[in-house]
Design a protein around this ligand. Structure first.
Ligand code: PLP
Length: 400
């Protein structure tokens, strides 16, 4: 999408505004499809961005869906995914949420010994399951998004293999899939190979095994000096290791991945308006009409988003700004950023805002959530209305 198209959308729909370009999703999906062999399937981790239109679009590309809550499962079914295309990968839920998912026939992934045992006692081999393994690999861009390390709450430790086997042997559980998800923003292909080799070692312990799910962690470049995970290189290494393993074990498996931000980060542009330019003794602030209530990644993960002034189309010099939001708390999007000269009223864009952007937004400070627009087949469509004042009161019950 061009900046002038974005600017036009900002004027048409107002700001703050999330804009998603479906073409970018298709390009990212094609990269993955090309890089891996055909026995590989991709399940979009929809917690990154779950607008029903995005789900329908990703379904139309042929991907499956990775869901972490029962309501994500319901959204997936509403968007047209078949049960076999949905993997339910929650953590710390009770058995009843699994049971609801089972009514829809989706794949389910169990991530702790307690539920494994309860499940086995009731259902035995009547419903196949996945098990989420914690392989104790530390990887990822940030401690908060690293999930495979020893202190992590996720998965069943690989050191508890004997315990898992005991439960399987005494309940007859049918384990069709093994799963791991070691974190987000993993650039190094060898981390995935390390994970795969752990699965290869485990495979002999699970005679019903059909699926090896490597989760995600594909990195996306948020700044100019970063790079995406090289999926071609990763694909080559993974394909080779996987083929060899299948030959040696004389069995065939499906390899699954669960990309979230790799598919939808780049598709998203978050448009805001510069409300005030505020010069203090030390800094020039640009105060915009949004805040961490709309895009929490900078404050929550110290994440970097490129910020550009799309109203300033001159070959203007850049100036140094600190970009802040309007929330009554420290609310900094970026420190000391070079941006083309900003005037009050200018439209700024945050790039790579598709993943964990709108999805993590809230009504903090009683501010309204932004609207969402999707570019689809060359046309812009409003896919979520901007909140209105009534939305703030929707579920409140006035008792005095
Ligand atoms: C969040 C999540 C993903 C997606 O991670 P990304 O970094 O967005 O690709 C995949 N699988 C599981 C189980 C997750 O929780």
């Amino acid at each position: 999408m061009t900046d002038s198209e974005l600017l036009a959308l900002a004027h048409q729909y107002g700001t703050p505004l999330y804009v998603y370009d479906t073409e970018s999703i298709q390009i990212q999906y094609a990269k993955l499809k090309r890089a891996f062999k055909t026995q590989t399937r991709f399940f979009y981790a929809c917690k990154a961005l779950s607008n029903i239109n995005i789900l329908k679009y990703i379904h139309s590309l042929g991907a499956g869906l990775d869901c972490v809550s029962i309501h994500e499962v319901l959204l997936g079914i509403k968007a047209g995914f078949e049960a076999d295309q949905i993997l339910f990968t929650p953590n710390c839920i009770d058995l009843s949420e699994y049971e609801t998912a089972m009514q829809y026939g989706v794949h389910i992934n169990i991530d702790n010994i307690s539920i494994l045992e309860q499940f086995g006692n009731i259902y035995g081999n009547s419903y196949p399951i996945f098990i989420r393994i914690n392989p104790h690999i530390y990887a990822g861009g940030n401690h908060k998004i690293s999930t495979g390390h020893i202190d992590s709450k996720f998965g069943i430790s690989i050191h508890q293999l004997r315990h898992i086997e005991r439960i399987i042997n005494s309940t007859g559980l049918r384990v069709e899939g093994l799963h791991m998800h070691t974190g987000s923003e993993i650039k190094d292909a060898d981390v995935f190979i390390q994970g795969l080799e752990i699965f290869f070692d485990l495979a002999t312990h699970f005679p019903d095994l059909k699926y090896m799910d490597m989760g995600s962690g594909f990195k996306v470049a948020y700044s100019d000096n970063e790079e995406d995970t090289d999926v071609n290189l990763l694909g080559k290494k993974v394909n080779k290791a996987f083929e060899q393993f299948q030959k040696e074990s004389n069995k065939s498996f499906e390899l699954w991945f669960e990309p979230g931000k790799f598919l939808v980060s780049e598709c998203g542009h978050f448009l805001v308006k510069a409300n005030v330019i505020k010069q203090t003794t030390a800094t020039v602030f640009v105060g915009v009409n949004s805040g961490f209530n709309h895009l929490i990644r900078p404050m929550f993960y110290d994440a970097y988003h490129r910020i550009e002034n799309i109203s300033n189309t001159k070959k203007d010099k850049e100036r140094i700004y600190t970009v802040v939001g309007n929330i009554c708390e420290t609310d900094t999007f970026a420190w000391d950023r070079k941006i083309k000269e900003v005037h009050e009223g200018d439209i700024l864009v945050f790039r790579n805002a598709g993943a964990y952007g709108f999805e993590m937004s809230s009504n903090f400070n009683s501010r309204l959530k932004p609207a969402e627009v999707m570019m689809y087949k060359g046309r812009a469509h409003l896919i979520r209305k901007r909140d209105e004042f009534d939305d703030l009161l929707r579920n409140q019950i006035e008792v005095i």
